[in-house]
Design a protein around this ligand. Sequence first.
Ligand SMILES: [Fe+2]
Length: 117
Amino acid sequence: MYPVWSLAATALGWSTAVMGREAAMACTEAVETEIGGHYNGQVRVLLEMIENMEKAGEEVGEDLRELVDTIRRIRDEELEHLDHAVENDAQKAVPHELLTGIIRAGCRGAIWISERV
Ligand SMILES: [Fe+2]
């Protein structure tokens, strides 16, 4: 799916940039909000898996703990991008709610498809 998402991301970036700086920042805000939530979901699942393994007396490999740390680090980086967008007038985009709502729905759709393909 990577080529499709890459093309879609480029089209989204260009089209919001054409709308102006605030719209481009609103695009970043929307995308990073969904990505941050997605990473949080992955961390929750992995922590639950680790907890269940520990309860069952199974050894939790260092690679699994490193994976959780890596996802947390990447999530935090993406949430910094979200903060940057909000600090740079993302919410002044017109129409902010419509724009971010459509982009967020598109991101959720892309995540949904990627989880199944
Ligand atoms: Fe980012």
